[in-house]
Design a protein around this ligand. Sequence first.
Ligand code: 13P
Length: 237
Amino acid sequence: MKLICANFKMNLRNSDIKNYLNVIKDKVKENVVFFPTSLYLKDFKENGYTIGSQNISFKDMGSVTGDISVLQLKDIGIDYTIIGHSERREFFNDNLYVDKKINLALNNDVKVILCIGENLEEFENKKTLDILKKELDDAIENNLDVINNDNLIIAYEPIWAIGTGKIPTSDILNKTNLEIKNYLNSKYDLSLRVLYGGSVNLENIEFLEKINSIDGYLIGGASLNPEKFLSLINKVN
Ligand code: 13P
């Protein structure tokens, strides 16, 4: 079964979450992980769902105002965390912290969804593979002792595809996924799952499902409406 990750980002309020949980009750399989805003993680956990945080602090505990420790998140039952999302790399300089955060997560038995992806200019200048390799090296090189084939999952999210309705052609997406897998295999002897993220929706899911190298999805906007999200995940094998 493919892994499906619902990243709500900074969306949905208290009443929306209550409604969401009512709508999806008894309709979601175990391969779905919810990444609501941290405030609502407990609501999903208490209703029996697998949960992940959208981020963790770069420190384990202490004086970091506004951050949340992986230990605190672990206490409320997260099994996963997203690290290196392009929005965090852009707004919070997360390029600097990706390897520390991965280390903290994996040392505390929290699985990591590592986001990598190129921007439009890099894509147009055929720099995609260079960017992806650098983001992979930054994340993995210092953490080889804690990474295994199950606890680190790559999410390939072209930045130009996030929230734009655009997605790569099937040839490009397949080629890029295979390049990521081959690189990880030859350089680090790792066989990691590679998810796709960026404008996954009800209209393109059947197209994406034909691409064999996709091991799952990281879904933003299309996970926010519970009825539509249910229709979407029902189309994933
Ligand atoms: P959208 O599905 O809204 O394009 O967002 C993708 C994403 O960034 C998921 O992490």
